[in-house]
Ligand binder design. Structure first.
Ligand code: DGJ
Length: 743
């Protein structure tokens, strides 16, 4: 139903036509070489004569008959770089003259900080290994976990660090894994942003030195996302369809860091895990620390193929299943939602929400979601967070009349919560001022007039789980939009001894996961969205417990095209919620047609967030028609193979995407014009991923093909000749969409 950490390392072999070769794992006792094969990928490492676990190969799948000699350490470089520093390791301890990023850095009670990890033993499973390393002298054990997905070849790697010394040790830096690539020219792709500007794709040559992408904020953050892709060659050679790609994503929703280094021998090392900034986790004798999981994959055919591998992997292995989808290969596509936030902000009332619900139902909406403002003394963002009782002025009879009405209209009901936060103006804070993150005697920095509850505390954990459980027990709620609207300041946990307080960086996030898991266990039909003022908490860690995410508070349909493009490099469109909101847009003051707004949102999981009470009958009719059209093709859009045909990035005049379902029986094409210049016609779209020998019928969802375009043609025609759009498809902020169905 929901994924536990151990489940992460048990990949089921879900049949998938693309990769016929079975997966295998092997250990050659003579050469001490470990090998994992899955999908189109081989991953190989071995124990060198010194006992270090050395990286040997990560790339296209090798023949089963291929073998590797025992790993040989790289030589010393003059007297400045030792062999230990030059040799690429799977999980290097900081010691023995290591200057590259360590995977693990410890401080022992006696002041010793030298750590050198050597192979001790291993156990094998169907799709992976647990390899135990031990310090050369001290009782520090590190178990490296490996599993390879038979379909995609994506590896899950993590580490468990155990202290069996008689004294405590402080873990100052702990990675999930380190990945290595041999010397060559490479380009790094990564995602950055800010509030209302998430998902910017950056691409730059990898140079000597380090590029650090990270969050020090206590949560994933809008400013960088824990995903990377490295392509062979220079930035000008990066391609959607060609070339080798190594990619990875870290499953952690707290402070994280990924360091991409090119070392003194031009090798590339990617190390990721807990952010070592302000980190310090004391392991008492016998205690262990579990690092997050770092997923890594490889494709030989471009960034497009890499993201398609990740999308399917997320659908098959990361996202939770509800009771209804427990036996299905993929989770179900998201309901089309209505959300009241942009229509009402905090001014929610029973009558106002019912009026919106009636309009929403008439459009064909599946789920009605009431956003912020329904609880405590929440009139604006100054008060109420923490007091999760229904506001009696706004809802005199509780939520039941609204929920019953929503059900009678044929929709299910969702509700906004922000469980980890508290306003100082709340009963909760007045009662428990000690529950927030703080350093005694220092200011408590407010952002959006709120403070962060210290979820690492067992009593806060119990309070949050308790009120959410009660809310779900007392009300027929199908969905929670779980918001998180600030980052940390003063991250103190003053109930613990000074040496223990930094545990907050681990325990907060673990408790968040535990609450989400327990809620899903107790309420198996409830679905959850991860929102953090937009896309501030999107990562493969939280995605084990939530069904969808809110990518950005920026709902401008033009900005969203670039955001959605960036988002899909790392994450499946299935989880990418996209609301149609009002025009002119509140953020950019840009005016766009409803048709353009609808098609922009239909690239992901569609929602409506406009003030539909004020819509004209014509607008309502258009939205109703397009929601019905969307419902027909939604699985293809959100779960099919995505081809980014023309990128909207860098002010592109045009953009286009295409998705194809797994059976290759249906495809959906979206085309957008930013602003036609010099009368230019939309480029001919050479489609991809179709069956060349099958016949496909073209039907417009919105817009027209060029006069004379065949209504039925082969996959070969659509892919080689391509689709021309009508000459009239010109102007500012224009959109068209088509579907192709196999005859
Ligand atoms: C931030 C979210 O991203 C918005 O969609 C909305 O839920 C507000 N919070 C409510 O305060």
């Amino acid at each position: 139903m929901f994924k536990t950490l151990s489940a992460v390392f048990l990949f089921l072999a879900i049949p998938f036509a693309a990769h016929a070769q079975p997966s295998s794992v092997s250990f050659n006792a003579a050469t001490k070489v470990f090998r994992l094969d899955g999908g189109g990928v081989s991953y190989v490492f071995g124990v060198n004569p010194r006992g270090e676990l050395q990286q040997l190969y990560w790339g296209a799948r090798l023949a089963a008959t291929d073998s590797f000699p025992q790993a040989a350490p790289l030589p010393e470089l003059a007297s400045f770089d030792s062999s230990y520093n030059n040799t690429p390791q799977e999980y290097a301890g900081w010691g023995a003259g290591l200057f590259a990023e360590p995977a693990l850095k410890l401080s022992f009670a006696d002041g010793n900080r030298d750590l050198v990890l050597h192979y001790l033993r291993h156990t094998a499973s169907t799709n992976g290994f647990d390899v135990v390393l031990k310090d050369i002298a001290r009782e520090i054990y590190v178990t490296l976990h490996y599993a390879i997905d038979p379909n995609s070849g994506i590896l899950a790697r993590s580490a468990t660090i155990q202290n069996r010394e008689a004294q405590p040790v402080s873990v100052e830096q702990a990675a999930a894994a380190a990945w290595g690539l041999p010397p060559a020219h490479y380009t790094l792709s990564y995602l950055t942003g800010r509030w209302a500007g998430e998902w910017t794709l950056n691409q730059e040559a990898i140079h000597p030195g380090a590029r650090v992408i990270e969050s020090r904020r206590g949560s994933t953050g809008h400013q960088a996302n824990p995903w990377f892709a490295i392509t062979a060659g220079e930035p000008s050679e990066v391609s959607e369809e060609h070339g080798e790609v190594w990619f990875g994503a870290l499953a952690w929703s707290g402070s994280w860091r990924i360091t991409v280094e090119q070392d003194q021998l031009d090798e590339v090392r990617v190390t990721g895990g807990f952010n070592p900034f302000d980190f310090g986790y004391v392991l008492h004798p016998g205690e262990s620390l579990e690092a997050p999981v770092f997923y890594g994959g490889y494709s030989s055919s471009g960034l497009g193929s890499a993201s398609r591998l990740l999308h399917l992997f997320e659908l098959e292995h990361i996202l939770p299943r509800t009771a209804a989808t427990a036996t299905q290969t993929l989770p179900k596509p998201r309901p089309v939602i209505y959300n009241s936030w942009e229509a009402t902000e905090f001014k929610v009332t029973e009558a106002g929400q019912i009026a919106l619900a009636e309009k929403a139902a008439a459009l064909g909406i599946d789920r009605f979601v009431m956003d912020d403002g329904w609880f405590g003394q929440r009139k604006d963002d100054h008060a109420g967070l923490g007091d999760w009782y229904v506001n009696p002025d706004k809802f005199p009879h509780g939520l039941k009349p609204l929920i019953d009405k929503v059900h009678s209209l044929g929709m299910d009901f969702g509700l906004w919560v922000e469980p980890e936060m508290v306003n100082p103006d709340s009963d909760l804070y007045r009662k428990h001022p000690d529950w927030v993150l703080n350093f005694p005697g220092r200011p408590r920095t407010e952002q959006r007039n709120q403070l962060v509850l210290n979820l690492a505390r067992p009593d806060v954990h119990d309070y949050v789980l308790g009120f959410l459980d009660k809310l779900l027990n007392e009300n027929d709620i199908a969905f929670l939009k779980w918001d998180y609207n600030r980052n940390w300041a003063e991250p103190g946990w003053d109930q613990l001894p000074a040496t223990e307080q930094k545990r907050v960086y681990v325990n907060f996030t673990r408790n968040l996961y535990a609450i989400l898991a327990e809620l899903r266990h107790r309420h198996p039909k409830v679905e959850i969205e991860s929102c953090s003022g937009g896309g501030g908490r999107v990562d493969l860690g939280i995605l084990r417990y939530v069904d969808e995410v809110w990518p950005s508070d920026n709902t401008d349909p033009f900005d969203r095209l670039t955001q959605q493009d960036g988002f899909t490099y790392a994450y499946t469109p299935q989880i990418m919620m996209a609301w149609v909101t009002d025009s002119p847009h509140w953020l950019n003051k840009r005016s766009t047609s409803l048709s353009y707004r609808m098609l922009s949102s239909m690239q992901g999981s569609l929602g409506i967030g406009a003030n539909i009470a004020a819509w004209s009958p014509e607008d309502a009719a258009l939205a109703k028609r397009l929601i019905a059209a969307y419902h027909q093709v939604q699985p293809t859009i959100v779960q099919g193979s995505l081809y980014r045909l023309i990128s909207p990035r860098n002010g592109s005049e045009f953009s286009a995407t295409q998705t194809v379902n797994e059976e290759k029986t249906q495809s959906v094409v979206f085309a957008f014009i930013h602003s036609t210049q010099e009368g230019r016609l939309f480029p001919r779209l050479k489609l991809q991923g179709l069956d060349p020998t099958a016949e496909y019928a073209l039907s417009p969802i919105e817009g027209k093909p060029h006069t004379g375009t065949p209504s039925v043609a082969s996959g070969a025609w659509w892919m080689n000749h391509g689709l021309n759009l009508d000459d009239s498809f010109r102007g500012d902020f224009q959109a068209a969409a088509f579907r192709l169905d196999k005859k």
